[in-house]
Design a protein around this ligand. Structure first.
Ligand SMILES: CC(C)(COP(=O)(O)OP(=O)(O)OC[C@H]1O[C@@H](n2cnc3c(N)ncnc32)[C@H](O)[C@@H]1OP(=O)(O)O)[C@@H](O)C(=O)NCCC(=O)NCCS
Length: 146
């Protein structure tokens, strides 16, 4: 399997999975996304969204039946490998991302503040929204193929 931009058919699957997992669906463009796909079936997906003040990793998931097999971690590593600057994200599962060199931060760009406000207003979950940051160059390059 190879990391690639989704084709039209794969992007339709991504949109379905985003609904299923209740993920951030704002301004979704196929070119923001990377997918791992097996003969056209999307196994994992995620995107880097460029804001004026930051790069954000968001809208990532692994298809049910393929979770806990390492694909999520590999997807994050892939997105780190193509990022051009430090990467921020907002999450309720910091333990997953801290294994991949992200650290919780208390100061962050305005675009992330808006994201936290939006999540807190629109998605009432019991857990806290954490902002995390990965600094460019602080992770070894992952393999491009699985
Ligand atoms: C969260 C998600 C992307 C993780 O992907 P995955 O392929 O299942 O995870 P991996 O197999 O790569 O896990 C890597 C490590 O993270 C841990 N991990 C996985 N999911 C975790 C979670 N929800 N919380 C904390 N740790 C987690 C694994 O146990 C594993 O640790 P180990 O190496 O010590 O065993 C996936 O479960 C998913 O799609 N969830 C639903 C959508 C979602 O929550 N997206 C993230 C929004 S921020």
């Amino acid at each position: 399997m190879v990391f690639k931009q989704p084709n039209e058919y794969e992007f339709e699957q991504v949109k379905q999975l985003v609904k299923e997992f209740w993920l951030d669906d704002l301004d979704m463009q196929p070119q923001q996304f990377s997918v791992l796909s097996d003969n056209g079936k999307v196994i994992a997906f995620g995107r880097l969204r460029e804001h004026a003040d930051a790069t954000e990793l968001c809208t990532m998931g692994v298809t049910k039946g393929f979770q806990k097999m390492g694909y999520g971690e590999k997807m994050v590593q892939h997105l780190q490998s193509i990022a051009k600057r430090d990467v921020f994200l907002v999450t309720i599962i910091p333990d997953f991302f801290s294994q991949i060199n992200f650290k919780i931060v208390n100061t962050y760009p305005d675009s992330l503040k808006k994201k936290v406000d939006r999540c807190s207003a629109d998605f009432h979950v019991g857990e806290t929204y954490n902002v995390m940051k990965w600094e460019l160059g602080t992770h070894p390059q992952p393999p491009l193929y699985l």
